[in-house]
Design a protein around this ligand. Sequence first.
Ligand code: MLT
Length: 303
Amino acid sequence: MKRIRVLNQIAPSGLALLGEPQYRIFEESGEQEDAEAILVRSADMQQLEIPPSLLAVGRAGVGVNNIPLAKMNEAGVAVFNAPGANANAVKELVMAAMLMAARNLYPAAEFVRQLDLNSDQPSKLVESGKKRFSGFELAGKKLGVIGLGAIGVKVANAAFALGMDVYGYDPVISVHHAWHLNSAVHQCDRLESLLQKCDVVTVHVPLLDSTRGMLNEERLNLLPTGAILLNFSRGEIVVEEPLKALLEQAKLHAYVTDFPSAGLAHLPQVLSFPHLGASTLEAEEQSAIQVIRNLKAFLEHGI
Ligand code: MLT
């Protein structure tokens, strides 16, 4: 019997693949030294002691920055993730967020929530919001997609459907390869040229040493006045202080992120979500099933 420790909630349809008598699933930390495998979603494993029995870790998601990869490598522990499994969920949230920001939907809805609609002239009150929350259209605007993996390519395709002109930059794959992934995206060989020209910029790169702080002061300052920046990748990709300054000076229209931070969340131009990108029934199921299938193949056949 293989013992699987589960650190986060994992979709039951995935866990159902790990039935007894071959597998036993447990959550209690007291038993961690006995586990042959760990299943994790976003829990931070950096400080977790690696039990000598451990053979594999399965991440029911894409990013593996919550797993100490060097330590796992040294201990001979295999690490699996579920690339692409939640790409559609993230894409849909990014598009919703982009539209919300361009049309000022969140403050507009908040405004209506605070209105006294029982007053003598409710329509006059509603009318006063029309001008205040007037936004802009995405059709005809330039979208910059940083990172052309499974999520970035889906976001680009959805943006075409809205009539946007899409520019792409990837720090890892070559312009040539990126062109083959989506030939309708204008490929930029420098991040700077994408930032300079795009009205809306969305970040879809993994958190690596080379991408941490990638959007630093110098690069953020290249964004056109009134631009929208979306970060559904990892908070650490964007350097917070210069971003805060640009938002406070109203140089950017909005910053929309799935990674709330104490320094930014309260600003009126910031819309933060509680890491919701992959939180759909479908993505949770697909991620769990994909990673558990790979984990099982490894535990049962060593592949
Ligand atoms: C990911 O990297 O795929 C997401 O962080 C998934 C999640 O929210 O679990």
